[in-house]
Design a protein around this ligand. Sequence first.
Ligand code: P6P
Length: 281
Amino acid sequence: MQEIYNAIQTAAIKIDYAIKHEDKGYSELQNATGDTQLKLDIQCDEIIEEIFSPISSIKELASEEKEGPYPLHKNGKYLIGYDPLDGSSLADVNLSVGSIFGIYENDYSGKNLKAAVYIVYGPRVEMVTADSDGVKMFRLESDNTFTFVQEITLKEKGKLNAPGGTQKNWSPMHKKLIDSFFAQGYRLRYSGGMVPDLHQILLKGGGLFSYPGTTDVPNGKLRMTFEVFPFAFVYEKAGGEAIDGTKRLLDLSPKHIHDTTPCFFGSKEEIKKVRNAYAND
Ligand code: P6P
């Protein structure tokens, strides 16, 4: 696993440089979800594929920027589902973006996720790993090494609320739920970038990130394999919870690797309120 973490660190340094110094235009291509790909999306995907290719413990890669998985080493142990540059269009307005990695065994179901890693490209480049040793944050230093900063744990209850999705398309129940948090004094913290938004809640000790099913995207927008399962794993290892409104996210299995799901990540107190609201809907 450490060999994979080291490879991710090497890729992160190259991706951070590309974000800051390479062309930000759009390609003529679309990904499997129909998003028009930034040249940066394709470049970051190529950086990651090149870095992972020689690692014999990796059996298969599945990228959000590609239609299907592709094989690497037939005797490999791990399948890696990854989003090379989540929220990439935010780079055009100089906001933080991120890379997300789920390290699976056997298949891309939540129960087979063995570790999760994400990188935040912001004023600092930070890597967070989640595995049997808990959740650890590392920071990129001026000598291009990553040094350990801290363990990350969530409090039982937080103060931040990150409500995703187009508000006019929320269900009345969901709007009432989100408004109830603001009525209790929760602070709005939402940039449109899943990685920095979830990273902020983790570092500030807790709260709620939600991307529900809405009338325009009934199954939510965020992809299970590349985005939702890795962060569900991080939040649970940090002492929080992650559900689709009623079910634990890591108990789900995608029918297709690009399948999406409604998702709620947070401290235990906030997730309890979500579960109660959705159970009574
Ligand atoms: P909306 C970025 O495009 C992304 O996939 C996630 O990073 C982010 O959480 C979400 O979409 C934002 O979606 O509909 O709120 O703009």
